[in-house]
Design a protein around this ligand. Structure first.
Ligand SMILES: [Mg+2]
Length: 212
């Protein structure tokens, strides 16, 4: 019985094919070049290394380069969301029909998440936004983020479904007893490892109604 659904934000609540996350990712690289003087041709290697050892680019830069996380988050999320997204009537209709309580669980900051949800026209469906500040920059897939979220849930973990396009983010949720759904939209990024932790695999956010 699923009573609560945790949705990832980027590349989950909107389609990866719209390209917004690519711009955010480019801005992360740009930050490293322009603010930290990291050679442009070494940025990809460093980011993959951070992704593997620390979970995210931000976490790696925070721990190893002692950057100001708020400065980084503001820089990378300074995108023109309306250039990529618009009101999504189909998403609106699906969320309206789901009886479960819904929240966002994202490695992005809440103010950006709110802007995204507002442009999509679905902000009203989400009770909470568990964001990077809520778990002190210990972003998914660090266990701490999940522990904090589970402690804040009004239901036991087993009654909660978590949906994420990055498969490795599902393992820690499963370990805590949550049900998990992998939104399989990317074939080539480093988001696929760990999909064995998925109880469900869906091809589109619009398919959530079929599995709950
Ligand atoms: Mg995502």
């Amino acid at each position: 019985m699923i009573k609560y659904i945790l949705f990832d934000l980027d590349d989950t609540i909107y389609s990866t094919s719209l390209g917004m996350m690519q711009e955010i990712s480019q801005r992360m690289s740009e930050y490293m070049v322009t603010r930290l003087d990291i050679p442009r041709d070494d940025v990809d290697r460093q980011r993959k290394d951070y992704w593997a050892r620390h979970g995210t680019t931000l976490r790696g830069l925070y721990i190893e380069r002692h950057i100001n996380p708020q400065d980084f988050l503001a820089f990378v999320h300074d995108v023109d969301i309306e250039k990529y997204l618009q009101a999504d009537a189909r998403l609106d209709a699906m969320l309206a029909q789901l009886p479960q309580t819904k929240s966002i669980f994202t490695n992005a900051p809440a103010d950006y998440a709110r802007r995204v949800l507002s442009v999509l026209g679905v902000e009203k469906y989400f009770q909470s936004i568990f964001d990077i500040n809520f778990f002190n920059y210990e972003s998914k897939p660090n266990q701490f983020a999940y522990d904090r979220v589970v402690a804040a849930l009004p239901v036991p973990a087993r009654e909660c479904l978590m949906i994420d396009d990055t498969a490795r983010n599902l393992g820690p949720a499963k370990k805590l007893g949550m049900q998990t759904a992998w939104l399989r939209v990317t074939e080539d990024r480093y988001g696929n490892d760990g999909h064995d932790a998925a109880d469900f695999v869906i091809a589109s956010i619009y398919d959530v109604a079929k599995i709950v």
